[in-house]
Design a protein around this ligand. Structure first.
Ligand SMILES: [Zn+2]
Ligand SMILES: [Zn+2]
Length: 310
């Protein structure tokens, strides 16, 4: 199960009723934050989300509307007594971009670790004990004016456990959970591998956060079949496509088209220009390509659950 809350939907500057675009993802009691613009901590509070124990903040790029909330959030974490390490990840240039931010937030009572995600993604439980073993965060390149990346969080699901098979192999009940977590067990007559007692893996869950980007093939590929895609849609009108391309953004139509191409299950639009007073006015542009498109709004939340077994 994954809980996703959209904390903001604004581009460039926070508005009185629209915080800068960011999202919090919760899974098994742990938290991951996508982007952290000015006011993200206030938006989280408003949405009833605590970021104080977030394990990792995944930055899509280093423009201020995605990062200037970091010093404030980290100061608050420190004053609330956090001692657990915080990981910050982002595209190329992470150390240079974070240097002034870490200077501003000097004297924190917890370590901050800067981490570039490996190509195959980060298996969350290798850094943060307690995340499910099949939870993985992967970055993919996006197309903005500066180095940028989007994120795909996936929660895999093992096959069904076969108790009869485990009994037949002589695995004691106390070791069943070890096999269920994907690890082999050693018995006096040899090792038993998880594959011997687990059925084929079942469909898991996938959530994609694009950050700022023009339409690009890597996004379509990364988002393929996602349960939820939170996609930037900076410009409302189709005739703003040239401006969108110039600044490395998308129109509502392009976001809808990207979701349709990737055959995602749900699309939330976000990162609206301050010139868009009511995003719902332009929603039909996205729905022309992806009928289920929804305008994101601050505090919009969903719980994604595994599909029932076939
Ligand atoms: Zn932005
Ligand atoms: Zn940007």
């Amino acid at each position: 199960m994954i809980d996703v809350t959209l904390l903001g939907t604004s581009a460039l500057l926070p508005l009185p009723d629209r915080a800068l675009t960011a999202a919090a993802l919760k899974c098994a009691g742990h938290t991951l934050l996508f982007d952290c613009g000015e006011g993200t901590q206030t938006a989280a509070r408003k949405a009833g989300i605590s970021l104080m124990t977030a394990d990792i903040i995944a930055l899509t790029h280093y423009h201020g509307d995605h990062t200037f909330g970091l010093p404030g959030l980290m100061q608050t974490m420190g004053s609330m007594g956090r001692i657990a390490p915080l990981v910050l990840t982002g595209p190329a240039g992470l150390h240079d971009a974070m240097a002034p931010i870490l200077t501003l937030a000097e004297g924190l009572p917890f370590p901050v670790r800067l981490l570039s995600l490996p190509d195959e993604g980060l298996r969350m439980d290798t850094l943060f004990p307690g995340w499910p073993p099949m939870a993985r965060l992967t970055a993919f390149p996006t197309c903005h004016r500066v180095p940028s990346q989007g994120y795909c969080f996936s929660l895999g699901r093992a096959g069904k456990f076969n108790p009869e098979r485990a009994r037949a192999l002589g695995v004691p009940l106390a070791l069943w959970s070890t096999l269920q977590s994907g690890q082999a067990v050693r018995l006096p007559n040899g090792a038993v591998q998880p594959e011997q007692v687990m059925g084929p893996s079942r469909p898991g869950l996938k959530c994609v956060f694009t950050g700022d980007t023009a339409p690009c093939a890597s996004l379509t590929e990364a988002a393929r079949g996602a349960d939820l895609m939170i996609c930037e849609a900076t410009y409302g009108q189709d005739d703003q496509a040239d401006t969108a391309a110039q600044y490395g953004h998308m129109t509502f139509s392009q976001a809808g088209e990207a979701a349709a191409n990737a055959q995602v299950k749900r699309l939330w639009l976000a990162h609206f220009s301050q010139r868009i007073e009511d995003p719902l006015v332009f929603l039909p542009n996205a729905q022309a390509y992806f009928p289920g498109a929804q305008c994101g709004r601050d505090g919009l939340r969903i719980t994604l659950t595994f599909p029932p077994d076939a």
